[in-house]
Design a protein around this ligand. Sequence first.
Ligand code: TYD
Length: 220
Amino acid sequence: MSLFLSIEGGDGAGKSTQAELVMIHLKASGVDALLVHEPGGTDFGEQVRRLVKGDVERCPMSELFLFEAARAQLVQDVIRPALEAGRVVVTDRYADSSLAYQGFGRGLDLTDVHALNHAATGGLMPDATVLLDISPEQALARVDGSDGSEGRTDDPKQVRFEQEPIEFHRRVTEGFRALASAEPERWFVVGASATPDAVAEKVWSIVSNLLVLRGINRNA
Ligand code: TYD
């Protein structure tokens, strides 16, 4: 039995760190797991990633199509085969990011975003989604290091979303919260302003419960 888990949240919420920590726990527990991230994870997806994170002008709908194109490739080439082989798949962002960013953030019709998500994924949705919830002010201070942390050292030409105005990030954050409240059986909301280790402990308690519920074998 496989498990498909997505990790969602705004920029600077700590998704990549938490996804890596979950993988360490999964491997230590003897679970065969695969980590992917969106956009990316295939040759095609990595090229789309550079394009969407760059500053080439685009309208919201063409931006949505780019994310969906990368997603379709990733689902077909990587996620579905891994799930069919019985592996646990953890994804750092998935279809809900398009609803939050292109729907709530950019103002595209949510019905359109849902329809394109469905087309790109063939209806494959995660069994569970962890929302790392943090205020955009705090998250963006992490990204630029103004909270005293190291900050990120991203390529300055690849920061399209981080440079959006704070109002955009507020809509994205509220969007994620609305998605989580609309589907509480799938979403697990974790406050992400604590230390990475404290957040990781909460995330692992959620994931380890899911493994038990699905009867996935663990050595530990
Ligand atoms: P990335 O460096 O992966 O950011 P993060 O570490 O915050 O995930 O860049 C991906 C950016 O693309 C991120 O700002 C969110 C955005 N995005 C969308 O707008 N829509 C989507 O469907 C996805 C998957 C990502």
